[in-house]
Every structure is written in C-alpha cells, then in structure tokens.
Design a protein around this ligand. Structure first.
Ligand code: PMT
Length: 449
C-alpha cells in the first residue's frame, strides 16, 4: 500500500458503493489523489468555523474528514451558528460542538486548553476577514480565537470572503503575518461569489481542504532518509511455555515509526510481540527475544541514516532455556540470568554509525539517569520518560524530556502520536545539524591534505 493509505468502511461506502454508515455511494474523480494524500486516519482534527456564507460547507467538510478516518471536533464562532446549526455538525462529527469561551459546563468537560491539547491539527474553514484580523493580532476574545492561541499543533486556515475584502491591503498584511508564523493558508479559490461578484475569495472545494490538511502532516523533514525504529517488549524464554518480559505495548515505538513515515522517511520497524497494526508506509520485522532484535537491527542498520531505539529490551535472559515445561518439584527455584547485548550501544559504536536516538525509562532521577545513559551508550539524543505508577508503559499519552549534547527540550503530556511527531521534528533538526557539521568537518579534513 502507498504511504498514508488507509481505508475505512465509511470511505468504501462513499466511494466504492459498499453499504456503510455515513454516506450514499457516489462517483469521485479525486480517488487517486485521495489515496495519495490521506494522512488523517486516527488524527484528532479540530475544525473551526467562522461566520461567512461558506459556513454551510462545514457539514460536508466534517463528513469527508470522518471518511478519511479522522476524529473531528467542531468549534464555532457565534456568527457561524447563524449560518449553520451546531446540531448538524454535532450529528455529523459525533461529538458535541463547542461555541462558548465562558461556558462552565464546557470548561469542566473540554475547555479551550483541553481542546487545543487534544488537537493533532487545527483547520479554520471558512476563515472570515475579521477572524484573520483577530488571530493576526493575537486576540483571544472568543472560544475559537482562544483555542487558536493555545494550540501548538499545526494550524491551517481557509479564507472565504468578498473579493474586495480579500484584496484589501489590511487582509493581505494580516495573512502575511500569519504565514510568517507558519500558518498554512489554503486558498482561496476564484469564481462567482455569493454576493454576485466574481474574483478571489471563494472557499476551496472540500476535497482540496481535506488534501491540504493532510499535507500538514507530511513535513518532508526526513525525505530520502532511512529510519530504523525498534518498538515493544522482548520475550526471554524460560521454558517452552514461559518467558520474562515487561509491560511495553509498542504504542510509543509505532507512533515514532508512523511519524517518521509522515516526515517522508523510508521506515523499518523492528517490533517485539505486540498487538498493533503496522503504520502506513512502514516495513515491519517481527521478533521475539532481545537476541532476535539484535540480529534484525544489525542487518537493517547498514542502510539506516537514523536509529531510534524505543523498544523496552530485556536487559537479562535466562542462562538456559529448559527444553520441557518446568515442573513444580520444589518450593523455590532460582533462575540464573545473563546479560543481553545492548542494541542501542552496539549501533552507536559502529564505525559508520547512523544518528542514534534512545529512550530512557526511569522511575526516579529522570534527568540525571537519562543524561548518564546518553553518555554511557554514546548516543546523539535521549528521550527520557517517567515510568511506573501508571506512567509511560501501555498508556495512550506520554511526556518526554529530550536531551542532546548542546541542548534539551521538554515535550508536554500528549497523545503518543502527537508526541512522536514533535520528537521527530527535534530528531530531524539535530540530524540535519549533525549531518551539516559532519560535512563541514570532512570538507576541512580534505582541504588540509
Ligand atoms: O511501548 P509503550 O507501552 O508505548 O511504552 C513506551 C515505553 C515506556 C516502553 C518507551 O517510551 C520507552 O521508554 N522505551 C525505552 C524502554 C527501555 O528499555 O529503557 P531503558 O532505560 O531500559 O533503556 C535505554 C535505551 O537502551 C532504550 O532506548 C532501549 O531501547 C535501549 N536498550 C536497552 C537495553 C538493551 N539490551 N538494548 C537496548 O537497545
């Protein structure tokens, strides 16, 4: 399957004529584009709707986003509710629609900060001239503007307004300000407008908005690179029916592999035993024990540019594996354990080592222990997470404190998918910096001979 491709039952219902829950079969000329562009499966999409005539198109947009596999929440300005009833969007999104900044009930359930944290991406469509002016100024005078200000996920807006309003220098300046802040502007299209004029200012077509939103996740930051990731636990056999292992679910490692694929990398994922689907565009190699993982990694690493070691590899294994099931013959038994190879340290010690990023799972002294691990294993970067007491292992969310030789960054508690994308951004920046420095060093070395 091509990277990013995933097909939901509702997608098939709409485009292929298979019965489903969301839509009636219809023809789609953009099927190929859709297959190539969809990185929205499983993503939390916050859709902001502001008060213009194109607000009614929000209904179709919500529907198509859900067909792409996204989980959608809608925030509307007061003016938007005059154009389309929140109930319509609630029914289509399957989630309550948010409209008020100071609604005590909403704040208790999912207030503006929670909504901003929840989002993997925020799209405001249609975005009026007034909304664009307010967010360019950094105002937070309604719920949508406050969410915008609090959101650290990728943000896009799709302007829709009268041609003259679009061409006004004030609007152009506000958009330039937002573009300089890395806000993606989708459209507008040109054509006949609701006011009877013709020109730029129409909201893009729904499938163009969906494709534009999907493209937010395709950063291209690791295009052309081969990223090798390990994930999950390992199992160390005691006898034919028993093993030593840990609580790793593989979620963090799979999210890292998915984020690397979205960043444009060729991704190989070496995974211990987990029950997770392989992320789109990722080549997966399944292993059981630390020794198996070591062999698979050493084989794949020869072409890797980046190695990210997320697996919870067992440090020890039983010295001997009993050929038959052990019997309950005595009150106590002892297992002799021997050390497993340290895969991350072995990769970092290779003569032509890739850029290496490890994880540090710590129950205490997070920073000191992680830094000590980074130096001891000789890795470029280490992402430390607090584990135990319901943290880290098996959870949907995590928080990381990332260290490298010349810096550090904290990544706040978030869904592992979102956290993985933030981590991959950091890794890509450090990787490109180190690559660049390496080239300069090589150039100087050549110069001096
Ligand atoms: O899988 P989840 O349920 O989503 O949980 C995620 C996680 C908690 C497992 C993950 O975030 C994490 O912390 N992974 C690393 C777990 C670990 O083994 O940490 P460590 O501090 O023991 O090891 C340090 C580093 O050395 C890790 O990058 C590990 O992959 C690597 N290692 C360790 C031992 C070994 N023999 N070989 C290794 O390569």
């Amino acid at each position: 399957m091509p990277p990013g491709l995933s097909v939901t039952a509702d997608f098939l219902a709409l485009y292929m004529g298979v019965p489903g829950t969301l839509g009636r079969p219809r023809q789609c000329n953009h099927l190929v584009d859709f297959f190539q562009m969809n990185y929205l499966t499983g993503k939390h999409i916050l859709l902001g709707i502001t008060g213009g005539i194109a607000a009614y198109k929000g209904a179709e947009l919500v529907r198509q986003l859900r067909l792409s596999g996204a989980d959608v929440r809608v925030v509307m300005t007061a003016a938007a509710t005059e154009f389309i009833p929140p109930l319509t969007l609630q029914a289509l999104s399957g989630n309550p629609v948010h409209t008020d900044l100071l609604d005590p009930a909403a704040e208790a359930a999912m207030g503006h900060i929670e909504l901003a944290r929840w989002a993997d991406a925020l799209l405001v469509a249609p975005a009026t001239a007034d909304f664009i002016a307010r967010v360019a100024e950094g105002r937070a005078n309604d719920l949508l503007a406050a969410v915008w200000l609090a959101c650290d996920a990728p943000v896009a807006l799709a302007p829709a307004m009268n041609r003259a309003m679009w061409e006004n220098p004030a609007t152009a300046e506000n958009l330039a300000t937002l573009q300089a802040r890395n806000i993606r502007i989708l459209g507008p299209a040109e054509g006949l407008q609701a006011c009877g004029e013709t020109g730029p200012g129409r909201l893009l077509e729904t499938d163009e908005l969906v494709a534009g939103l999907s493209a937010l996740f395709q950063t291209g930051a690791l295009a052309g690179q081969h990223v090798l990731v390990t994930a999950g636990p390992t199992r160390e056999a005691i006898d034919p029916v028993r093993y030593l292992s840990n609580y790793s679910s593989g979620r963090m490692g799979f999210a890292v592999a998915a984020a690397a694929a979205e960043a444009g990398a060729q991704v190989t994922l070496v995974s211990g035993p987990v029950s997770l689907a392989t992320p789109a565009g990722v080549e997966r190699i399944d292993v059981e024990s630390a020794a198996d993982m070591y062999s698979a990694v050493m084989q794949a690493v020869t072409t890797a540019d980046i190695f990210i070691s997320v697996a919870a590899v067992a440090d020890y294994r039983p010295a001997d594996v009993a050929p038959q099931k052990l019997k309950k013959e005595s009150a106590d038994i002892s297992l002799q354990l021997v050390r497993n190879p340290d895969i991350l340290a072995a990769v970092a010690a290779l003569p032509d080592a890739p850029f290496t990023a490890g994880f540090a799972a710590e129950t205490e002294h997070l920073e000191t222990n992680a830094q000590q691990k980074r130096r001891a294993k000789g890795v470029d970067m280490i992402a430390a997470n607090q584990v135990g007491a319901g943290l880290g292992f098996g959870r949907e969310e995590n928080a990381l404190h990332v260290f490298w030789e010349t810096g550090e960054q904290q990544l706040a508690l978030a869904d592992k998918g979102k956290l993985a994308r933030q981590l991959l951004d950091l890794i890509a920046r450090q990787f490109h910096d180190s690559h660049h420095q390496g080239k300069i060093l090589k150039f100087h070395a050549k110069d001096s001979t």
